[in-house]
Design a protein around this ligand. Structure first.
Ligand code: ADP
Ligand code: ZN
Length: 288
């Protein structure tokens, strides 16, 4: 019995095959170029196995609405070669096995809930702060999806009083992603995030924005755990700064779990997404 998993990112695809215990037997990393090229390599990897089912966590925007004609497609992505690509359809056509399909960050939230930082709980929110900002969640065991999927990175935030940067988001300018993703940090300060000192003002500003976002997610979803991943969160000093700013903003209005254990890095590290995809494959088989 082999589960297949694809964590499809904007820069690379990670593919893995596991046994029924979800132990990874083989994995590969493939650059994201064109669907023809990348999917050719994906097929070459999985063709060696008689897959039982497969789970896909994809970069987006993607269509997750089962009632839609374009369910399973990558839709309006700025990566033009992938726009309107029937990703799920291509996988189903080739392997004819049950397939799970959601966003990369929903998959990561599922991974952390079942195998990582939120084990034993019923809900978990996962936010990645990297080239972009994206969030996914599992609530009472269900992936958070509706007409579309959450786009938690593009929420609106109050600007910091010292903010002069106009933001990088091509759609909204200074939405959360526009002011707080890795490229915004780089453009505002003229240096890459990892080149800035641990006590640089950039991190206070970053925490100011991320704490606002977390407050809103908490007020809407009340997750039991919030996992913050992605390249920017490698700056570990951000965690206490965010917790402090969040406490200040919330001002004891709603009860929150102990912030030290509530807002945490991913226990699975870079494996959160691929683990979630394997769990999706398992679920796809159970749901058949
Ligand atoms: P992606 O979002 O493309 O999947 P990452 O999560 O690694 O990839 O995010 C990349 C972004 O994170 C870049 O903008 C990079 O400058 C920033 N980044 C990566 N490592 C660090 C670090 N140690 N400190 C601060 N920023 C970082
Ligand atoms: Zn935006």
């Amino acid at each position: 019995m082999y589960y297949g998993a694809i964590e499809a990112g904007g820069t690379k695809f990670v593919c893995a095959v596991s046994n029924s215990e979800l132990e990874i037997l083989e994995r590969v990393s493939i650059p994201t170029t064109t669907p023809e090229e990348t999917m050719g390599e994906v097929f070459a990897f999985f063709d060696k196995y008689q897959l039982t089912s497969i789970g896909i966590g994809s970069f987006g925007p993607i269509d997750v609405n089962t009632k839609s004609n374009t369910y399973g497609y990558v839709t309006t992505t700025p990566k033009v070669a992938w726009a309107n690509y029937n990703f799920l359809g291509a996988i189903k056509e080739r392997y004819q096995v049950p397939a799970g399909w959601t966003t990369d960050v929903n998959a990561a939230a599922l991974g952390e809930l079942k195998k990582g930082a939120a084990v034993g709980l019923e809900s978990c929110l996962y936010l990645t702060v990297g080239t972009g900002i994206g969030g996914g969640a599992v609530v009472k065991g269900q992936l958070l999806e509706g007409y579309g999927h959450p786009e938690m990175g593009h929420m609106l935030v109050r600007l910091h009083e010292d903010e002069t940067f106009k933001g990088t988001c091509p759609y909204h300018g200074n939405c959360l992603e526009g002011v707080a993703a890795g490229p915004a940090i780089e453009k505002r300060w003229g240096k890459k995030g990892f080149e800035l000192a641990e006590d640089h003002k950039a991190w206070e500003m970053e925490a100011y924005y991320l704490a606002q976002a977390l407050m809103n997610y908490i007020l809407i979803l009340s997750p039991e755990k919030i996992v913050l991943g992605g390249g920017v969160m490698k700056q570990k000093q951000l965690f206490p700064l965010i917790r402090k700013e969040l406490a200040k903003l919330m001002n004891n209005y709603v009860a929150m779990p102990d912030l030290e254990t509530f807002i945490v890095p991913p226990t699975l590290g870079d494996n959160a997404g691929i683990t979630g995809c394997l769990l999706l494959a398992e679920k796809a088989l159970d749901d058949e």
